[in-house]
Design a protein around this ligand. Structure first.
Ligand SMILES: [Fe+2]
Ligand SMILES: [Fe+2]
Length: 352
């Protein structure tokens, strides 16, 4: 069977394609990639796979769809989209190739037009997402922080130039939970929110960078706990609660002597992002007046994102319902989320 007919068969009605949220759980050697960031007409520099249900057996498998060196044809985008498929998979070993490929596409899009487009933002966010993944696997974080800073400066420039970019950005937020999607969502929302509150570009950038790495401690929590379907036992909850302190230690170690490259807020926000406004949070139970001024912002964005994405054990809450849940969240000594920030966030989300 030649390559073409093989793909035809894969796209035929008999083959059942599958995907699910939380698909990074477990030791899969494949990572999903949104097909909207593939460069039409250009050769791909890595193999792409389709996730399909196994015939008459439980589970799924990854079948080759496009090989390195083949061009990405727009017809694949249309036909896959028609079948309800929005992603293909690449091998984790190809992460470097993928980042270089996205960077190339991003540079071309940036030069093509000064205007922000959905394609530019999609490639930008996927590139930043995968760069953060790579960064978390490397022993040194300094170069990744520098790269993230310049990326976020670009983003701030786009939003300042065209406020409509925020609306576009809302559409590219990831809807499936994994650590990297969550971190990137927080970064994008945080930058947009602070710009809306008229913070300086430097402050917006520094909060954005801090958001990218705020949950780095979660990389040390066993995957079975992170992706557990159903309620956690008290021991598992206690384990999860160690991630702010773990993250703080990892960040200090990973930035080493290049500590200056990391915004000074990042260490504190990593440590404090689960502290509540009424002092009932963790790890230290700090009252609001002893928290960093950006801590309650991160706390709110973090919970908002957790509610509005799909989890392995439940669907996503709608934005309105999520805001209501957060507004009604009370600890033993008062509201969990700072009420002024809550008000500003609602105004921001509901603005035209
Ligand atoms: Fe966290
Ligand atoms: Fe988080």
């Amino acid at each position: 069977m030649d390559e073409g007919s093989f793909r035809e068969k894969l796209l035929s009605a008999q083959v059942k394609t599958v995907y699910s949220s939380g698909e990074e759980a477990g030791p899969s050697p494949y990572t999903p990639l949104s097909i909207s960031v593939l460069f039409p007409g250009e050769k791909i520099t890595f193999d792409l796979y389709l996730k399909v249900a196994k015939k008459e057996r439980r589970g799924f498998e990854f079948l080759p769809f496009l090989q390195e060196g083949e061009a990405w044809d727009r017809q694949w985008l249309e036909r896959l989209t028609f079948k309800g498929i929005d992603r293909l998979y690449f091998r984790k070993n190809d992460l470097e190739h993928l980042i270089a490929y996205l960077n190339n596409y991003l540079q071309i899009l940036k030069h093509q037009s000064k205007k922000v487009s959905p394609a530019l933002l999609a490639v930008f966010s996927e590139h930043l997402n995968f760069s953060v993944r790579r960064a978390l696997q490397l022993p040194r974080l300094g170069p990744a922080v520098k790269e993230a800073k310049s990326h976020i400066e670009n983003l701030i420039g786009w939003v300042q130039h065209d406020p409509g970019a925020i609306k576009m950005m809302w559409k590219i937020l990831y809807h499936d939970y994994n650590l990297y999607n969550h971190s990137l969502n927080l970064c994008l929302m945080g930058v947009a929110f602070l710009l809306n509150l008229k913070y300086s570009a430097t402050e917006c950038r520094d909060l954005g960078v801090s958001a990218l790495f705020h949950d780095i401690g979660m990389t040390r929590i066993p995957q079975e706990i992170v992706f557990k379907e159903g309620p956690l036992t008290p021991a598992e909850q206690a384990e999860i609660r160690t991630h702010p302190e773990l993250g703080h230690q990892i960040l200090k170690r990973k930035v080493g002597n290049s500590l200056s490259s990391l915004p000074k807020e990042a260490l504190r926000l990593t440590l404090e992002h689960h502290e509540n406004a009424d002092g009932s949070g963790y790890p230290r139970g700090l009252p609001l007046n002893r928290q960093h001024p950006w801590t309650p912002i991160m706390r709110l964005l973090d919970s908002y994102d957790s509610l509005t994405v799909n989890r392995p054990y439940r669907g996503a809450f709608k934005p309105f319902n999520s805001l209501k849940i957060l507004k009604d969240s009370h600890g033993p000594r008062g509201p969990i989320y700072d009420s002024q920030i809550m008000k500003n966030f609602i105004t921001f989300l509901t603005a035209d």
